[in-house]
Design a protein around this ligand. Structure first.
Ligand code: ZN
Ligand code: ZN
Length: 238
C-alpha cells in the first residue's frame, strides 16, 4: 500500500499548509482519511475526489473535516455520491450538513467495528479526545496501516495497533508541553506506542505550527529506530 500525505497540521495550518488529510492507496482501493482545510485541493491534484472508494473521519473537529463543506459543492456538480464513515457526534455542525446532503452516504462507526472496502479491511479503535473520536487500522496487500487520529494515551492503543507496518500517530506535543489531561499525544509517547505495537515505521503528524517539528523528531528518534515527520506531498510505502 502507499500512503500519500496531503495535510499534516492541526488545529490550524502553517503558511501554505493543510490540516489533517491522508490518502491510502491499495490496488484498486482508494481510502481517504480525514479532509481538513487545504486537503481537497491537494487530493484533487492527485485524482478526482469522487473516485475515492470511501472517506474515513477520525472525528468531526474542523481541522479534520473543514473541506467536506466544499467537497459537497463538487459532488453536487458531478452528480456523485461519496461513502463516509465517521463516529457519531451530535454536536458537530459539519456532521449535520453531511447527514442532510444526498451527496454523502454517512455510516456511523464505533470502536470494535470492521468495515470492508474493496481489497481492504478497516478496523475501528478507540481514541481519547474531548469529542467522540476513533482511530483506524487497515489491512491490505498483506500489510497493516495504523492511524491514531487525535488521541492522548489509552490502555487499548498498543493492542489495537499491534503489528502495524506503518503507524501514523498524533505527536502534537514536545514532552515538556504534554500532560495527562491534554487532547493529544507527545512525540515521545507516539514513539513508545510504536515500540509497544512493533511498528516498523512511525510517522509523526498533527504538527502544530507553534512547535518545532525537528524537536519532535529528535524526541521520537531517541525511542524508535525508524521515525519520519509527515510532510505534505510525501509518499510512504506501508
Ligand atoms: Zn486535530
Ligand atoms: Zn481533534
Amino acid at each position: 500500500m502507499k500512503l500519500h500525505i496531503l495535510g499534516v497540521n492541526g488545529p490550524f495550518p502553517e503558511s501554505n499548509g493543510a490540516t489533517s488529510g491522508y490518502l491510502l492507496e491499495a490496488e484498486d482501493t482508494l481510502l481517504q482519511f480525514d479532509l481538513g482545510s487545504g486537503v481537497l485541493a491537494r487530493l484533487t491534484a492527485l485524482m478526482p475526489p469522487e473516485s475515492l472508494s470511501a472517506l474515513f473521519l477520525t472525528h468531526w473537529h474542523f481541522d479534520h473535516t473543514a473541506d467536506l463543506t466544499v467537497l459537497l459543492y463538487r459532488l453536487e456538480a458531478m452528480g456523485q455520491v461519496l461513502q463516509v464513515y465517521a463516529p457519531v457526534d451530535e454536536s458537530s455542525a459539519i456532521r449535520k450538513i453531511v447527514s442532510a446532503s444526498a451527496c454523502f452516504r454517512l455510516t456511523d462507526v464505533a470502536p470494535g467495528d470492521t468495515v470492508s472496502v474493496g481489497s481492504c479491511k478497516v478496523h475501528v479503535g478507540e481514541a481519547r479526545h474531548p469529542v467522540p473520536a476513533v482511530g483506524y487500522r487497515v489491512e491490505g496487500e498483506g500489510r497493516t496501516f495504523g492511524f491514531t487520529g487525535d488521541t492522548n494515551t489509552l490502555p487499548s492503543l498498543p493492542e489495537f495497533y499491534r503489528g502495524s507496518s506503518l503507524l501514523l500517530a498524533d505527536a502534537l506535543f514536545p514532552s515538556e508541553n504534554w500532560a495527562e489531561s491534554k487532547p493529544h499525544l507527545s512525540a515521545a509517547l507516539a514513539a513508545e506506542l510504536a515500540v509497544a505495537t512493533g511498528a516498523e515505521h512511525l510517522v509523526l503528524t498533527h504538527l502544530n505550527p507553534v512547535f518545532q517539528p525537528r524537536r519532535l523528531l529528535r524526541e521520537a528518534q531517541a525511542i524508535h529506530p525508524h521515525v519520519s515527520l509527515a510532510s505534505p506531498g510525501s509518499v510512504f510505502d506501508v
